[in-house]
Design a protein around this ligand. Structure first.
Ligand code: OGA
Ligand code: MN
Length: 199
């Protein structure tokens, strides 16, 4: 079912468990367009770092992906950003989250790379409020690994393991779920994004 017909369901899930897995929310042509976009950029992606400004550093032991921030440009990226902006307003109307903008990057994990358990936001700090991941892996083999694992707020109990299947969108409250990306045997591609509140 298209994303725009699922706003109520999404809002209910975020108000309840705090996360949702959405399959088939985008037209296949758009998903394919995004797969083409990330493939076209394969040699423009740059190794992602951790930390902010002054202490930003690449650290293979924590995070192994290569990224490029999304800018409106090719039609698929523009279309995706526009759909996420509609979702932003729809969630603001339903949940009063005060989501102000959306930032997102393409991410590619080479086989064997991972992202250790981390938080996208810290409680009470301005910034990231709602995390999203949209997977771009046509024909993903479920035995290849690469799952996203969400943990309870304390970071102890595993809540769910989600395979990075093509066309799947995950949303979760950034402050509530420490999470990690398990290593995969295959190249694992996605768009990771964050709806932010105003600082
Ligand atoms: C991230 C992240 C999850 C995923 O980029 O911060 O947690 O499934 N990504 O790729
Ligand atoms: Mn994360």
């Amino acid at each position: 079912m298209p994303l725009e017909n699922r706003y109520d369901e999404i809002a209910d899930a975020l108000a309840g468990p705090g996360f949702i897995v959405i399959d088939g929310g985008f037209p296949e042509s758009l998903t394919q367009g995004l797969v083409d976009s990330i493939n076209d950029r394969a040699n423009q992606l740059q190794r992602a770092g951790i930390g902010r400004e002054g202490d930003y550093q690449v650290n293979d032991a924590v995070r192994g992906d290569a990224i490029q921030w999304l800018e409106p440009g090719d039609w698929a990226v523009t279309e995706f950003l526009s759909a996420m902006d509609k979702l932003r307003s729809a969630l603001n109307e339903r949940l009063f989250l005060g989501l102000f903008d959306y930032e997102a990057h393409f991410a590619s994990y080479a086989p064997g790379s991972y992202y250790k358990k981390h938080r996208d936001a810290f409680r009470g700090k301005p910034g990231r409020k709602l995390s999203s991941v949209f997977y771009l892996n046509p024909g993903w083999d479920l035995s290849a690994g690469g799952e996203l694992v969400l943990y309870d707020e304390a970071g102890e109990q595993e809540l769910i393991r989600i395979a990075p299947e093509c066309g799947r969108l995950i949303l979760f409250l950034s402050e509530d779920f420490p999470h990690e990306v398990l290593p995969a045997r295959a190249q694992r591609q996605s768009i990771a994004g964050w709806f932010r509140i105003q600082a």
